[in-house]
Design a protein around this ligand. Structure first.
Ligand code: ZN
Length: 370
């Protein structure tokens, strides 16, 4: 991979320049997570306010973090007023990436910039971002994003792998990694995914280790892949009892690949990703991380944290959301309805939920940023 930033070593731990990481620095960060037995929260954002809240939470927890955009989040980032949805998805993700590139280093942590699920109809989104990423690399020496995800898990394994290989051939020279999905994560996110109550599909909620091995053998010679393996995880938060997480499936996948790799890469050679982390049992999260998960996606819980905090603020300042002059006192309510006040309440809600995530994942205090 290209674009190695200058690195120094303090003890055994690599120190990286703060800001967006790509190429060798991205790989050093993944290695540090797996070797150190911790994982980073990957948080979906839909605007600068959410992105800033994620960076603020990472900074105060002295942790590195993943900022990511779903296709719908990217579209929203560009604005609902753009008629061409695919154009908006590309422009919104570019806009989000440029914002994070601009401010991330000032927070003093390392940031992985990533895009979430893209199924076949969303390939033009990823390819549009690669067009922009190549242009950005020509101008700055680094890509726009650290990684993208392709989710072709609804297709036969060989078709999934072949398409991932094609796109990865384009990404690897830019110093980018690819996240793939094997098996299906239950639930759906922005229209990509499967209904969790579809009982006939339940076996597919658990990835087969031989499929992981097949994908690893085909793709790792092309470039760096991380695998979203399914171990019963679902998108969204459901009543207890509906989700049965089996992190031992991740261990079996590591063992299959480690045996084939013959010791190169250690006992956990695979980079694994945990989708649908919201609402998961803490013990299962720790177990998944111990099997080489370096990234856990959180969307539903941070959406709720934002909404809950804004809702509380609105209830506590109700007059300001109805009147410019408080009917009880006659005083202007401007200070309370200023968007900076209630958006800030939402940001604080996101950051507080992430304090919990950094602790759950063992990431607090582990930033590699120099
Ligand atoms: Zn997901």
């Amino acid at each position: 991979m290209a674009n190695t930033a200058e690195r120094t070593t303090t003890g055994a731990r690599a120190r990286l320049r703060p800001g967006v990481v790509t190429g060798a620095d991205y790989l050093a960060l993944l290695d540090a997570c797996r070797e150190g037995g911790y994982a980073l929260p990957a948080v979906n954002v839909v605007g600068t306010s959410g992105a800033n809240a994620v960076l603020e939470a990472a900074a105060r927890n002295r942790s590195d973090v993943v900022v990511q955009l779903s296709n719908g989040g990217a579209r929203f980032f560009a604005g609902e007023g753009i008629a061409d949805a695919m154009e908006a998805r590309v422009l919104g993700a570019v806009s989000a990436a440029l914002h994070v590139h601009t401010v991330a280093a000032a927070y003093g942590v390392c940031v992985v910039l990533h895009t979430d699920h893209a199924d076949r109809p969303l390939l033009p989104w990823v390819e549009g971002l690669l067009d922009r990423g190549e242009e950005h690399a020509r101008l700055t020496g680094r890509p726009l994003f650290s990684s993208h995800m392709l989710d072709l898990s609804a297709e036969p394994l060989e078709a999934n792998i072949a398409e991932c290989a094609r796109v990865l051939r384009r990404m690897a020279p830019l110093g980018m990694g690819l996240e793939i999905e094997l098996g299906v994560t239950g639930g759906e996110e922005d229209g990509v995914g499967h209904a969790v109550e579809d009982a006939a599909d339940n076996a597919r909620l658990y990835t087969q280790p031989e499929d992981v091995l097949r994908a690893w053998e085909a793709l790792s010679p092309v470039g760096h892949v991380t695998v979203a393996a399914s171990f019963g995880n679902v998108h969204g938060v459901y009543a207890p009892g509906n989700v049965r997480l089996r992190p031992e499936i991740l261990r079996a996948s590591q063992q299959a690949v480690a045996a084939r790799a013959g010791g190169g890469g250690g006992p956990r050679p695979l980079s694994l990703v945990f989708h649908g982390g919201s609402g998961s049992e803490k013990g299962k999260i720790r177990e998944a991380v111990s099997h080489g998960v370096w990234k856990m996606n959180i969307d539903t819980d941070t959406q709720f944290a934002f909404a809950e905090a804004v809702g509380r603020y609105v209830r506590e300042n109700e007059a300001a959301f109805r009147h410019q002059l408080d009917p009880a006192t006659g005083r202007p309510t401007k200070k309370a309805y200023d968007p900076r006040r209630w958006l800030r309440a939402g940001e604080e809600g996101i950051a507080a939920r992430l304090d919990e995530a950094f602790a759950d994942l063992g990431a607090a205090g582990r930033s590699l940023a120099a």
